[in-house]
Write a protein that binds this ligand. Structure first.
Ligand SMILES: CC(C)(COP(=O)(O)OP(=O)(O)OC[C@H]1O[C@@H](n2cnc3c(N)ncnc32)[C@H](O)[C@@H]1OP(=O)(O)O)[C@@H](O)C(=O)NCCC(=O)NCCS
Length: 176
């Protein structure tokens, strides 16, 4: 337990949910319709599946709420994904604020002929829970169960602060 951080203490409240309760994994075989003529899968196809699994994880955590994607951090595709590869997405919540949740999605490509997997990239998606009227609503706190989860939580909190600062800067630029 990281005792120096009040937020972490609050997030260990018994009213919350564990990270394990909402985490998800999906495996999809990439088809010719997912790729360019040379066989590289489009980034947009991968992002669509990233958005879908991040939404599923956030919905599992939030329960009865409408889930929308507020932002996706900029990301790099470090390794290609080809037609015939298995695209493996592993998603979990790192951080919960009030209505917003940061979901991390690790993207792997598996060459099924060689049984080799490579990490293609990591996406950080922020999703927000809304009520029937479209108003942001509070979601369960995260129950952090070990030091790794606490560290991920604090890293998520730092990234969220940066996101929200950037959002403010963009808002002010628009107003000027
Ligand atoms: C996301 C959305 C609900 C935020 O609405 P808003 O009027 O800015 O509401 P608020 O300022 O009260 O923000 C609500 C929460 O979202 C968070 N948020 C808003 N914009 C964000 C951004 N760009 N990045 C990260 N978090 C963001 C806020 O920090 C707040 O979190 P908290 O409740 O945990 O403190 C609104 O911008 C929206 O509906 N966007 C469209 C979503 C969408 O259609 N996505 C694609 C299809 S799913």
């Amino acid at each position: 337990m990281v005792n120096t951080n009040n937020t972490t203490e609050i997030q260990n409240s018994k009213t919350g949910k564990t990270i394990r309760e909402s985490e998800g994994e999906t495996t999809l075989v990439m088809l010719p319709s997912d790729a360019n003529p040379l066989g590289n899968v489009f980034g947009g196809i991968i992002l669509k599946h990233v958005d879908l699994i991040a939404g599923l994880v956030a919905k599992r955590h939030a329960g009865h709420a409408n889930i929308v994607t507020a932002s996706m951090d900029s990301m790099t595709f470090a390794k290609p994904v080809y037609i015939g590869n298995a695209l493996i997405l592993k998603a979990r919540i790192n951080y919960v604020k009030r209505s917003s949740m940061e979901v991390e999605v690790n993207i792997e490509a598996e060459d099924l002929n060689k049984s080799q997997k490579v990490l293609t990239g990591t996406a950080y998606v922020t999703l927000v829970a809304l009520d029937e009227k479209g108003k942001p609503i509070e979601v369960p706190k995260l129950i952090l169960q070990n030091i790794e989860e606490e560290e991920r939580f604090l890293e998520g909190e730092n990234r969220m602060q940066t996101r929200l600062k950037n959002r403010e800067i963009k808002k002010r630029q628009k107003e000027n």
